[in-house]
Write a protein that binds this ligand. Structure first.
Ligand code: IMP
Length: 210
């Protein structure tokens, strides 16, 4: 009985976990995904991280690892980081890790989409295969690390379609009539590369912490 009373008045402190991103949208998505695992999810700023992260990896995995490792070493708290982008078979995997800056620093989403459309001009449908990829890297402790990869397959359309989403969504067709920018946010959150990576990570967390 006493034990019951004492746990009521002093709930155990939740373990803190940092998300290595400056993107508030991503932070929110991670918070939601992690809500049932009892972590207190904090931003890099809240963790006191003020350093620079140099994302110079050749793959999404390497970049997610660099981000997670840099922050983990600076703050010593379990850290998650993700890296994502678009890979197009016909362009040998480009834009790949350069997805965010494919049309140069400061370019808009529209300009990046147009650059891809120009490069794919005249390429037949069967050679327009593409995928969105998301890798999440989780460092729980010095020698306890996990990496998951989620993908969604589609093809590059002939022109932008739809107003929803962001980035390359309007040119990423999921079937002949729908692009990633014509479907609802709810539907995208069900089928996306990020959703797929989150599902894989949740399985790992369930085994480890549930
Ligand atoms: P990052 O993982 O935030 O660095 O994203 C890299 C880039 O990949 C973004 O700036 C977008 O151009 C692209 N990207 C990543 N995820 C998506 C998506 O869900 N839709 C469209 N573009 C995306």
């Amino acid at each position: 009985m006493n034990r019951q009373n004492s746990s009521d008045s002093a709930a155990p402190a939740r373990k803190r976990l940092v998300i290595a991103t400056n993107n508030n949208g991503k932070l929110r998505e991670f918070r939601e995904m992690l809500s049932s695992f009892g972590f207190e999810v904090i931003s890099m700023k809240e963790a006191g991280f003020t350093g620079e992260i140099i994302e110079d990896g050749d793959t999404f995995e390497e970049n997610a690892h660099i981000k997670a490792r840099t922050v983990f070493e600076a703050v010593g708290i379990p850290t998650m980081a993700d890296d994502s982008g678009l890979e197009i078979d016909f362009l040998d995997g480009a834009p790949g890790v350069y997805s965010a800056r494919y049309a140069g620093e400061g370019a808009t989403d529209k300009e990046r989409c147009q650059k891809v459309l120009d490069e794919m001009h005249g390429v037949p449908r069967e050679l327009r295969e593409a995928r969105f990829v998301c890798t999440i890297y989780f460092i729980y402790d010095e020698d306890d690390e996990y990496s998951v990869r989620g993908e969604v397959r589609g093809f590059i359309g002939n022109e932008p379609v739809g107003e929803n989403g962001f980035g390359y969504d309007p040119i990423f067709m999921i079937d002949e009539d729908e692009s990633m920018a014509t479907i609802s946010e709810e539907e995208k959150n069900r089928i996306s590369h990020r959703a797929c990576a989150f599902r894989k990570l949740s399985e790992i967390l369930k085994e480890k912490f549930a």
